[in-house]
Design a protein around this ligand. Structure first.
Ligand code: UDP
Length: 344
């Protein structure tokens, strides 16, 4: 791919799990990247890992995107061709307990970003989620599948931010892409960056790796009485590096003016449903260990089954998932062991 002139991309939330992997893939594809993060939900581990992988200090701005003056100052200092917005709170349960915290932060920061992008003519990539589909009737889900009413304020912020972007693109002649992620898992093959949940993990794979290493006693599999083959939920687990590559494709599509519509949406998944039990078994097999787990009641708010039709992303972005579930689970385990070496 030829990038004759280096383009600059802002990654808000670039010190987090997805943002750090995206930063690496963008930089390796030839983009200049500026990371901005308020470090409210992470430490410096991933930022340091990104710099180690890339072999250089990456530009980093510590700031909060709810702070309008800080956002203006950032856009006065840099000329961004595109931005990717990750900076948001992401705990579903917490959002139910404290909706104002989620609405204030996740909506306020994105509104500031949109205003700055409008003024500066920056293309916007928004990190959305398959949660917008709720419990889908037809599977796999395409981008045309109906959105369902959100079951949490967190899910609602994803839908609302999609709508903010759609409306701004329409009104102001901007360009935007929303990527709807399925279940991102794994870690960078270098084991230098990965997922670093604070406290007890909500997500399945960090819970698995923490149980395997002895930080948690036992994994609870939420529900084995679903009407699926083995009774556990079905998800589309997407490798984090594959997911990160999709962002490079989407940014390139925007900055090279290749979009068919000024606002586009793409599912980012593998297209393959995997059950919780299959994932646990695959983890045990590839890493040659036994995991302590029990079956527990269903978790409130969980959908039974969802997986992507990633065909549109393949046709339009030229992207598809390449890494296998065992490869991804081996990377997740290597990362957990790296964290243990770091004493984290
Ligand atoms: N899950 C589980 N035990 C856990 C965490 C998750 O059985 O400790 C299940 C959960 O019920 C769901 C799947 O793993 O079926 C993926 O959950 P996760 O929270 O990772 O992602 P979600 O699909 O809910 O966004």
């Amino acid at each position: 791919m030829a990038y004759n002139m280096k383009k600059t991309v802002l990654v808000s939330g670039g010190a987090g799990f997805i943002g750090s992997h995206v930063t690496v893939e963008l930089a390796q594809a030839g983009y200049d990247v500026v990371i901005a993060d308020n470090m409210s939900n992470c430490d410096e581990t991933n930022y340091k890992g990104v710099c180690a992988i890339l072999g250089k200090e990456m530009p980093f701005v510590k700031m909060d995107f709810c702070d309008t003056e800080a956002v203006d100052a950032l856009f006065a200092k840099y000329r961004f061709d595109a931005l990717i917005h990750f900076a948001a709170f992401k705990a579903v349960g917490e959002s139910v307990d404290d909706p104002l915290k989620y609405y204030t932060n996740n909506l306020g920061s994105f509104l500031n970003i949109l205003a700055a992008a409008r003024k500066s003519g920056t293309h916007v990539l928004f990190s959305s989620s398959a949660t917008v589909y709720g419990e889908p009737e037809k599977k796999p889900v395409t981008e045309q599948s109906p959105r369902q009413p959100a079951t949490s304020p967190y899910g609602n912020t994803k839908q609302m931010c999609e709508d903010f972007l759609r409306d701004c693109v329409k009104a102001y002649g901007m360009h935007g892409i929303a990527l709807r992620y399925f279940n991102p898992i794994g870690a960078h093959p270098s084991a230098l960056i990965g997922e670093l949940p604070r406290g007890i993990p909500n997500n399945l794979v960090p819970f698995i790796t923490q149980t395997a290493i002895g930080k948690r006693e036992c994994l609870r599999i939420f529900g084995n009485d679903y009407p699926t083959e083995d009774g556990t939920c079905l998800r589309d687990y997407i490798d984090i590096v594959d997911l990160a590559r999709a962002h490079v494709c989407a940014v390139t599509r925007m900055v090279e003016d290749k979009m068919d519509e000024p606002y586009e949406i793409f599912n980012i998944g593998t297209g393959r449903p995997v059950s919780v039990l299959e994932l646990v078994t695959a983890f045990e097999k590839v890493n040659n260990l036994k995991l302590n787990y029990v079956f527990a009641p269903r978790r409130a708010g969980d959908v039974m089954a969802i997986w992507a039709d990633p065909g549109l992303a393949e046709r339009k972005l030229g992207w598809k998932a390449t890494r296998t579930v065992p490869e991804t689970l081996a990377a997740a385990w290597a990362w957990e062991k790296h964290l243990q070496e770091l004493g984290l």
